[in-house]
Design a protein around this ligand. Structure first.
Ligand SMILES: Cc1cc2nc3c(=O)[nH]c(=O)nc-3n(C[C@H](O)[C@H](O)[C@H](O)COP(=O)(O)O)c2cc1C
Length: 191
């Protein structure tokens, strides 16, 4: 299955990109997937040349095609002004409204304050509801204090990553665990 990771960061280094990378690494260690990673710090200058999908150049079209062609999306963003970044929204404004129906989506965000942790529920999840995707129930949110530099350093956030991946496996019948091709990954009961 094709996994596309998107990170809405518009600067580098980025805590959001680091957290999305943790997910992608564990996904590719545990499941039979092809992965690709697009950061908006690279993609936004290309995408903002187009205000509508019919104005995309070849490089912009390739980015939108990658989103539309993925089976699973890992979508992360820094919280900006209590929502996901405008650069990430611009990308999704260019995606065909029918293209993501039924795809699985993992939601990831980083912010400066725990008070904005529900951005994933109040801003991110409705965006993917519009696209008729199936979002994984556990979203992953980390604050600046969960990192040392730009490396994830929180066991609680790390455990949430594992839980989200188990949920993804439980709602994605075609996602095969590496090493047990006959057996799909199972979601452990929460203690
Ligand atoms: C323009 C701007 C707006 C921000 N708005 C918020 C906000 O509303 N809530 C919040 O918790 N953090 C806010 N932050 C902090 C970032 O979300 C936080 O530092 C994040 O981890 C940065 O991610 P990055 O390292 O991937 O860029 C803002 C930062 C910037 C630069």
């Amino acid at each position: 299955m094709k996994v596309l990771a998107l990170s809405g960061n518009v600067k580098r280094p980025s805590r959001t990109a680091a957290l999305v990378s943790v997910l992608v690494k564990r996904l590719s260690e545990r499941f039979d997937v092809e992965t690709d990673f697009i950061e908006l710090v690279d993609a936004a200058p290309v995408l903002f040349k187009a205000l509508r999908a019919d104005q995309l150049d070849a490089a912009g079209r390739a980015i939108v095609d990658a989103v539309e062609g993925a089976d699973i999306l890992v979508v992360g963003s820094p919280v900006y002004r209590a929502s996901y970044s405008g650069a990430l929204k611009h990308l999704f404004d260019l995606v065909d409204y029918r293209a993501l129906a039924g795809k699985r989506v993992l939601l990831v965000a980083t912010g400066g304050t725990p008070l904005h942790g529900l951005m994933t529920e109040h801003q991110f999840r409705p965006l993917f509801g519009f696209f008729n995707t199936i979002t994984v129930p556990t979203a992953i949110y980390a604050t600046e204090s969960d990192f040392i530099g730009h490396e994830l350093a929180s066991d609680a956030v790390s455990d949430r990553v594992d839980r989200a991946l188990a949920e993804l496996a439980s709602i994605t019948p075609l996602l095969r665990s590496i090493g047990s091709s006959a057996e799909p990954a199972r979601l452990k009961q929460r203690a």
